[in-house]
Design a protein around this ligand. Structure first.
Ligand code: CUA
Length: 313
């Protein structure tokens, strides 16, 4: 069944679950089409107009009505519940997932690992470990599509989206862009290389990153002059970034948000959009001064402050 209709290999933990829903829907649809077709043909013949028989008016039958309304309702609600049960965890990466940044642009994929390694149009991951991909586009909307993982996530300019997967069998799988994004959209291809843990460790040591994303972010933080206000003992009172990531933040307008990737991104590009309670809107915007790579590094740095600076690789 797996290779039926040249179906792509099922290479992630999610794939067989998505396939189960897909095939169930196919069989169910086939059953309904055949059932309806058969009954229609039968009724055409059985109740055709005949001159030797008077026309009869049909009146409603509550039992029949209850059955034909109730049965599809139950089936559809069950399908919805099943789909939701698979969809919800698919959008909630496990906390121990390996983090990867993916940046899409016309017409290529760039990936950055937490230890600073960078890849172009290829993403190496270990089998058997959840991988969380935080995606952003540098220009138009793209879509991160790995058929073997049954995974598709839109990649938007100006906002982080995340998805995750756990590869279940080693191999090289096709990465497509699944959103028409210009002339070379169809050539915006890449590969996801799922490796056995030992092979992945070997690959990691061979292509060792010289630094880490967070480390690069710390350098940028200093170069951009962020330390003047956010640094230790800075005279101008700016909110402390220590331990900020993942915490709730109270805003001036009385609302409360969580300091996640998108919050930090907005705080850097549009500081006036979400002013922290008891602080003034004095920070300048860094739009145009930092590109997506710099942003991902700055976010990684602030994220690393949630732990301890000494723990930085
Ligand atoms: Cu990028 Cu289509």
């Amino acid at each position: 069944m797996k290779e039926f209709f040249a179906f792509p290999t099922a290479a992630s933990t999610m794939a067989p679950r998505v396939d189960a829903i897909f095939w169930t829907l196919c069989v169910l649809t086939l059953f309904v089409v055949l059932g309806l077709g058969t009954v229609t043909v039968y009724f055409l013949v059985r109740y055709r107009e005949r001159h030797d028989r008077a026309r009869r008016q049909a009146y409603s039958n509550r039992v029949v009505e209850a059955i034909w309304i109730g049965t599809p309702l139950l089936v559809f609600v069950a399908l919805f519940a099943w789909g939701a049960r698979e969809y919800v965890p698919e959008n909630d990466p496990p906390p121990d997932a390996m983090a990867v940044f993916g940046i899409a642009k016309q017409w290529m994929w760039k990936f950055e690992h937490a230890d600073g390694r960078r890849e172009m149009n290829a993403l190496h991951v270990p089998v058997g470990r959840p991988v969380r991909v935080t995606l952003v586009s540098q220009d138009v909307i793209h879509s991160f599509f790995v058929p073997a993982f049954r995974l598709k996530q839109d990649v938007l300019p100006g906002r982080y989206t995340t998805t995750w997967f756990q590869a279940s069998r080693p191999g090289t799988y096709r990465l497509f862009c699944a959103e028409y994004c210009g002339t070379d959209h169809s050539a915006m291809l890449g590969t996801v290389v799922a490796m056995a843990p030992e092979a992945f460790a070997r690959w990691q040591s061979e292509t060792l990153g010289q630094s880490s994303l967070a480390y690069e972010g710390r350098k940028r933080f200093q170069v951009l002059g962020c330390t003047a206000c956010h640094g230790e003992g800075a005279s101008s009172g700016a909110p402390s970034l220590e331990g900020l990531y993942g915490r709730p933040v109270d805003l001036e307008d009385g609302s409360r948000v969580t300091a996640d990737d998108n919050y930090l991104r907005t705080a850097i590009l549009e500081p006036g959009a979400q002013v922290v309670l008891h602080y003034r809107n004095v920070m300048p915007s860094y739009r145009g001064l930092v590109d997506e790579v710099a942003l991902s590094e700055l976010v990684a740095y602030v994220k690393s402050l949630a732990t301890k600076e000494e723990d930085l690789p």
